[in-house]
Design a protein around this ligand. Sequence first.
Ligand code: GLC
Length: 433
Amino acid sequence: MKKLVSEFDISAEQIQDIAWKFLRAIESGLSGENSSLKMLRSFLRPPTGEETGKYLSLDFGGTNVRAALIELCGQSYLRQISYQAQLLADPVTGYDLGSPDVTAEELNAFLAGLIDDVLMISPEGVYGLGYTFSFPCQQLNLDQARLLCWAKGLQTKGVVDQDVGRLLQNALAKRNLQDRVKLKAILNDTVATLLSAKYRDKEVDIGSIIGTGHNTCYLEPLEPLHNEPMIINVEAGNFNGLTLNNYDLRLDHNSENPGEQCLEKMVSGKYIGELFRLIIFDRIEQGLLLNSRDKHFFAEPYSLRGEDLSALLADKTAELSEVAAWLGKYAVGINSTMLESRRILVEIAVLVGSRSARLVAATYLGILLHLDPLVDRKHVIAVDGSLYAKMPGYAAQVNSALKEILGSKAEKITIRANQGGSVVGAAIAAALG
Ligand code: GLC
């Protein structure tokens, strides 16, 4: 275990070092120099909280797809009029709209269908649409966004390099919806999270997602190209100033995009389950955990997810009976594990989960240092995503990592869970458009 601990441990010194590297990558990316951070312009200014009207919103992030009609009532108040949600991959048939044999037309027909469903249960009228599209996009302006590359395992063909707004509008036109739905804004989910939190609280200046994927955006007070305040999508998941251990290297090597999304592959829900699986598999193979005949239960890539780590970390029983139940459920047949094995499983989950939280904290620190080098002002970081919301101890570890470095100045930083921001933020962006 000692070796494993040293491979996953992130000391306070390393947090500081990563924060500085992240800060440098932000500044290079902003000024157009070579950087692993794409620093993508959103063409969005912050909302005042006084925006009003009814807007359609579409949220496409990789696992779930949601559409809604939302009324912004001003004075920071809003309400949802209708709502539809579906999974990208059909749980019954296994048909996955993110797979490489699916076309852009098929994917967009599905998205337009979801908007149509919302319109059917909504009052008559013409609506502006905000489209949260949670992948790296080069915005040409607010309603034109070219997909730079897929992330989080999606591979649908014919979308990379295309304007995702146009693809959606074509699909809407095929359903004769072009007169009822007017695309106003395309935005990243981090940007949507920031907008939805800022609609209610002026102090919010950073938005972040820690879920299937990981990314952060912030409000740049004076964006150099346009000389005005603008939200910048950092595409933090692609940060590459980190030392990869053996497991990170293996995961990256076998992924669909080797060399890309380095930070995301160390922190987000899609990948930490896989890191955990690789470690367990190795330890069984080396005779250090469970029984060698159990190895094949852990042989399938991506069979474990962030949720599995959360389930193990939630077990507070002395006998770790929930871990035993998890093992029995996951690998039918493994039900007589010794307490020691269950403890080791939890320890490994702690190592992988803590590293994720501490790395994310280091990148938040990098952004804070860019915005406010002496951390003199108040900052609110709005965070959405299943890992942040559901992994036991995760939020506390992000906070305590910041405290380790900033001491009492950490009191100026509030990190706040902000669920559902991707849907609401799209409506706010449409109102700003
Ligand atoms: C991936 C995408 C990014 C998105 C994040 C969270 O990192 O590249 O755009 O914000 O996932 O969904």
